[in-house]
Design a protein around this ligand. Structure first.
Ligand SMILES: NC(=O)c1ccc[n+]([C@@H]2O[C@H](COP(=O)([O-])OP(=O)(O)OC[C@H]3O[C@@H](n4cnc5c(N)ncnc54)[C@H](OP(=O)(O)O)[C@@H]3O)[C@@H](O)[C@H]2O)c1
Length: 264
């Protein structure tokens, strides 16, 4: 992918990795469509992106609401001729044990992290095919590769992205649709603050994992590099990514380590 002069739609653009990637892309003379549910944060990122040279359209969007997604898609299609990349970051996390978590919380997490993501991808896919191709990136997680305490529905929603987007890639390789699945480890963002607790309320705490992770800016640089190479999976983070290799090559050691993880 050559980013110069191209048009990208980024969700979760008001904060964290989506924000940092948007600001990196802004310096490539790009057109950016920035979406998030945080309207104030979105306009601050838009101002910075414009100052860096991008042309920006902000479209607030709630990924848990089909009506909001349809409205944003129609807003994009009336304003923009082609979209070279759809990069989806919007997501919510979880901090509750399975035994304490009502099914409605599980459904809420699946709505935002899975159904919202596929709804947007499905809406744009025919347009990307008509224009001769495009790039899609979705944000999974290390826990999209293995289960983790206190993250059951979150982990399930991220696993689901792999099955869906690997299928989308396979069905559309001849249509020149390139799919990258991002796998962040621990990144210093607000993700734990807004994670759902057992009562469906915000967790409200910065977890040590995130606090000690790499910065969102560093993560965005790793993501940009992977997107440029059109890598199928982009691993993002620091030494915690070792767990991917331990799981793959030393499964017994992986299960031993994971049995010792204290639920936090
Ligand atoms: N940080 C990590 O350690 C980590 C690790 C693995 C995977 N990830 C994934 O990385 C992605 C980006 O998260 P981040 O770490 O950059 O966290 P972040 O700073 O919290 O960014 C997530 C953004 O998504 C927005 N959002 C949440 N629910 C939404 C909805 N229903 N509709 C529209 N926008 C919504 C949030 O808005 P609000 O600010 O209003 O909540 C926020 O701006 C997420 O999919 C997350 O699961 C993060």
């Amino acid at each position: 992918m050559d980013f110069n002069g191209k048009c990208f739609w980024i969700t979760g653009a008001a904060s964290g990795m989506g924000k940092s990637l948007s600001l990196l892309l802004a310096s490539f003379n790009t057109q950016l469509i920035l979406s998030d549910r945080d309207v104030k944060g979105l306009s601050q990122v838009a101002d910075k992106a414009i100052a860096l040279g991008a042309r920006v359209l902000t479209l607030p969007l709630d990924m848990s609401d089909s009506g909001s997604i349809r409205k944003a898609v129609s807003g994009v299609l009336t304003n923009v001729k082609r979209i070279d990349g759809l990069y989806q970051f919007a997501g919510i996390s979880q901090r509750s044990l399975i035994i304490d978590t009502p099914l409605e919380n599980d459904r809420k997490i699946m709505e935002v992290n899975f159904f919202g993501v596929i709804e947007l991808a499905k809406a744009l896919l025919p347009h990307m095919i008509d224009q001769g191709g495009g790039q899609m990136a979705v944000t999974s997680s290390l826990v999209g590769k293995f289960g983790f305490p206190y993250r059951s529905a979150y982990s399930a929603s991220k696993h689901a992205l792999h099955g869906y987007f690997e299928s989308l890639r396979t069905e559309n390789s001849l249509n020149n649709i390139r799919v990258s699945i991002l796998i962040p480890g621990r990144i210093q963002t607000n993700i734990s603050l807004f994670a759902l607790d057992k009562d469906g309320k915000e967790h409200g705490k910065m977890d040590p994992g995130q606090a000690n992770g790499i910065t969102a800016e560093k993560a965005a640089r790793q993501i940009l590099k992977g997107l440029r190479k059109e890598k199928k999976e982009i691993h993002v983070g620091g030494k915690e990514l070792l767990m991917l290799y331990i799981r793959r090559f030393f499964p017994a050691l992986f299960y031993y380590i994971s049995s010792r993880i204290k639920p936090v």
